[in-house]
Design a protein around this ligand. Structure first.
Ligand code: GLC
Length: 851
């Protein structure tokens, strides 16, 4: 718990001790050490080390220190009051009296990080705690911190890092299932990040006790932290994902719609669900099997009576285009007849108490023991069961649950393993000093991360030509390297739909780009209206899965009558239309760490009004999503940042920056596209397997107002959708730049859409490229493709996105037909089609001179 002042040990003054280059090493008379080390020009690691403490085991970090480039200059020098360490991007001044640091960006005046000059560090003996104190600039926001309840800005709260199973959670419940001790301090486009590199219970006081002070406390180990200097939010998030890793490119099916239900009692119920989904033409890629499939909740078993033939079930579902993801819980039933238990005990890979006996608790199967994922041999052993019982049978992904780890032996929400349970050593740690035993108090927060590593690596080994898929409830900084995250047991409350936005945005800013919430809500009974609003909002989040708890009302989209069913179906169909855009965003995130779902100020850093918006988000750079989070709403206020924005489904055009009152019928939520920008869309499919032979793409653009001048570009990334060929260059990447120019008359407009040459060695099947220009208001005067005039087509051209995936049509050779265009006056949509060429080419559409 936070320390009391009278336990505080005196710290300082410091003197310099000899140290290698790049490192400023200091010590005081009581043996406190302070180490300041530059890892990159904009990244410093600071360690405040009391005597006798052990260094952090760096499970959170994607690569060891030795793999960081050292090709930048670092200077360490003495100053009048202490020392200075400088890189080309930052300067850290350390005061010899107290060890207080002030960090400045190169050339800047303001320190962007300033320790409390009087009391920068506290070392408290009675509570075994260390803390740091820094100045929180007036007006700055506190973002990141992973999965937390509440609004986007966390300032004014105390937040704790201790993975916890908590049901139900309320708007201020803390902590939840994940711990990412990383805070971003953001103000008017400038940001810095502070990552506590420590796995013990930790706590951030973000201006709660004193409005202008940030205090970070760790319950054990060293006070080890990184400062990311920014200066922009994008720099900080990119830097943090450089440090802790990025999401691997997911298989494309994992971006499709997914359905789950706790309480699908037997294989017949699963089959019925699957058949009903297809019969009603509700697109879906994944069906989840919750704990019901197991025999007495014994992990890695199938109930012989209720799921008698898992292979047949899996292959029947595969034949209908479904992937199956099974839940895996870490609690292993104590049962001498049960091979997983017997083997785990015999191999000595279970978590143990100090006397060497396995720690026992209670979860779904009754009395249980837990594998020690903090050991490489335990991870591999667990992985061998995943491979044998699940992956090799055809299970497409692993859903890791209860991995905080949760135990029912103690009442929730505190129930977990005892603090003196022993873990480790992890023989896979490269740094031999990290191969040590540790107590649960230190290992607790990384249990879920390492369980996910086990599931990820096991799938990779069992099926090396397929991308692994893991969904996890618990995690720590770096979890994105192995798993997608869902936000645990939410409830079918409007408040939880509201909270989904800030929660997922902050997860994205904390490195976890591939995240989602249970659509429709997990506990409590949903309503048709809530499900409709949530399904629409969920379609515009990175990971989309409808999941609900046993004994709640069934939550398939057809359970609330035909109107709700049709509304939800359309939302899910939009999910499939969006796949080319979503997949491109996933690729961008896996390469650069960019969040898929972003706060409005990500792309509009100078916009103070955008920084206040907590109930909207951007999906990628070109879509603003304004979910409806109240019952009976018919309108909502939305904020649109600078630029022109076009409502996707209504004849509404807004010139930002502006607040607008927008219509919100139950049928759709308000979503705005950046006028003039290309959003790559595809056909509606019942599942992504249908798209294998249908790579048609629609480059959807909403026309800016006549007289506009602007240019804007978009990537389109494509590949086989699974496997690792893309790492050998088997992908296709093109850049589409839309350049809009005005003409002489106010009503004039012209577009040059420049398609960059295709990069990468993978080619989609030969196809036409379809450009759909919406809201231009009239037919064009001329259309040219690669310099040649394109004639109007003989008949109407139906946009790809308006029809179902149709491999026959895609393969019909229609791409080879002469290019053509068609303007549909009723829809106000111009469709232009032409055969795709791999080289650079341009489409020119000119409304100048058109009537
Ligand atoms: C936990 C999970 C939930 C799952 C249930 C039964 O509560 O969070 O998603 O359905 O356990 O396995």
């Amino acid at each position: 718990m936070p320390p009391e002042a009278n336990d505080t040990v005196l710290i300082g003054p410091f003197h310099q001790v000899q140290s290698p280059a790049r490192l400023l090493a200091l010590s005081d008379a009581r043996g406190h050490r302070l180490l300041v080390e530059a890892w990159a020009p904009d990244l410093v690691r600071i360690r405040f080390v009391p005597p006798g403490s052990v260094p952090t085991i760096s499970w959170a970090l994607a690569r060891p220190r030795s793999e960081w480039p050292e090709d930048f200059p670092v200077r360490v020098e003495a100053t009048a009051s202490g020392w200075r360490l400088s890189t080309p991007a930052l300067t850290a001044e350390v005061a010899s009296a107290t060890g207080a640091l002030a960090l400045r960006a190169a050339g800047g005046l303001e320190p962007f990080v300033q320790h409390d000059p009087e009391c920068p560090f506290r070392h408290d003996t009675s509570t075994v705690g260390l803390s740091l104190r820094a100045v929180l600039p007036a007006g700055a926001m506190c973002l990141g911190l992973g999965e937390k309840t509440g609004w986007l800005d966390r300032r004014g709260r105390i937040l704790e890092m201790w993975n916890t199973d908590v049901l139900p959670h309320l708007p201020d419940t803390d902590p939840l299932y994940q711990s990412i001790p990383f805070v971003i301090v953001y103000q008017e486009g400038r940001a810095f990040g502070l990552f506590l590199h420590n796995t013990h219970r930790s706590r951030f006081d973000l201006g709660f006790t004193q409005p202008e002070r940030l205090e970070a406390w760790v319950g054990g180990g060293e006070l080890d932290y990184f400062i990311l200097a920014g200066p922009s939010l994008e720099h900080v998030v990119r830097g943090f994902t450089d440090l802790t890793g990025r999401m691997p490119l997911p298989p494309r099916w994992a971006l499709g719609y997914q359905h789950s239900r706790w309480g699908l009692h037997d294989a017949d119920q699963v089959r019925e669900l699957a058949a009903e989904m297809r019969r009603r033409r509700v697109p879906c890629d994944v069906i989840y099997l919750d704990i019901d499939y197991m025999d007495g909740y014994r992990v890695f078993t199938w109930d012989p009576a209720r799921f008698p033939d898992p292979d047949a079930l899996l292959s029947d579902l595969a034949a209908q285009g479904y992937r199956v993801v099974t839940i895996v819980d870490p609690g292993v039933r104590i049962d001498d007849e049960y091979p997983v238990y017997r083997e785990g005990i015999a191999k000595g890979v279970m978590c143990r108490k100090a006397d060497g006996r396995p720690f026992e608790g209670v979860v779904w199967p009754g009395p249980t023991v837990w594998p020690d994922f903090l050991r490489a041999d335990a991870r591999r052993w667990w992985g061998s069961w995943i491979a044998r019982q699940l992956t090799r049978r055809g299970v497409a992904g692993i859903w890791n649950d209860m991995n905080e780890p949760a135990s029912f032996r103690h009442p929730l929400p505190t129930g977990t393993l005892d603090p003196d349970v022993m873990h480790g050593p992890d023989e896979e740690r490269e740094d031999t000093t990290e191969r040590r035993e540790l107590l649960h108090a230190e290992g607790h927060n990384v249990y879920g991360l390492l369980m996910s590593q086990s599931a990820f690596e096991s799938q990779l080994a069992a099926r090396p030509d397929r991308r692994p898929f893991v969904l996890t409830r618990a995690g720590f900084a770096g979890v994105q390297r192995y798993a997608a995250v869902w936000t645990g047991d939410n409830s079918s409350w409007w408040e939880h739909l509201t909270m989904m936005g800030p929660e997922l945005i902050n997860l994205g800013l904390s490195g976890v780009a591939f995240a989602g919430a249970d659509v429709g809500g997990f506990t409590r009974h949903t309503s048709g209206e809530l499900l409709a609003r949530w399904t629409w909002a969920g379609a515009f989040t990175p990971f989309m899965r409808n999941h609900s708890a046993i004994e709640t009302r069934r939550q398939e989209v057809w359970r609330f009558g035909p109107e709700i069913e049709a509304i939800c179906r359309e939302a899910i169909e939009w999910r499939y239309r969006l796949l080319p855009y979503l997949y491109t965003l996933a690729w961008e995130s896996s390469s650069l760490g960019t969040p898929i779902m972003r706060p409005l100020f990500w792309d509009h850093p100078g916009d103070a009004a955008a920084a206040r918006v907590q109930d909207q988000w951007m999906l990628g750079p070109h879509l603003v999503v304004a979910p409806i989070t109240q019952p009976a709403a018919t309108h909502r206020a939305a904020y649109l940042p600078a630029g022109e924005w076009v409502h996707l489904w209504q004849p509404v055009r807004i010139l930002g920056p502006a607040h607008a009152l927008v219509d919100a019928p139950l049928s759709h939520i308000p979503v705005f596209a950046r006028a003039g920008a290309v959003v790559p869309l595809g056909p509606v499919a019942q599942h992504t397997g249908e798209l294998a032979a249908d790579a048609r793409i629609s480059l959807y653009v909403t026309a800016p107002s006549p007289g506009s001048a602007m240019s804007c570009w978009t990537w389109l990334y494509e590949d086989e959708g699974d496997g690792f060929g893309y790492r050998q260059g088997r992908f296709s990447r093109r850049r589409f730049e839309a350049r809009w120019s005005p003409g002489e008359r106010a009503a004039d407009l012209a577009l040059a859409l420049v398609c960059s040459p295709r990069e990468g060695s993978w080619s989609p099947p030969r196809r036409w490229l379809e450009v759909v220009i919406a809201r231009a208001g009239r037919p064009p005067a001329s259309v040219r493709w690669a310099g040649d005039a394109v004639p109007p087509s003989q008949g109407p051209l139906r946009p790809v996105t308006m029809g179902p995936a149709d491999p026959a049509e895609a393969a019909s050779g229609e791409w080879a037909q002469a290019p053509g265009w068609h303007y549909d006056e009723a829809l106000d949509v111009l469709v232009v089609r032409f055969g795709e060429a791999p080289s650079e080419s341009a489409l020119e559409v000119d409304w100048r001179g058109a009537p």
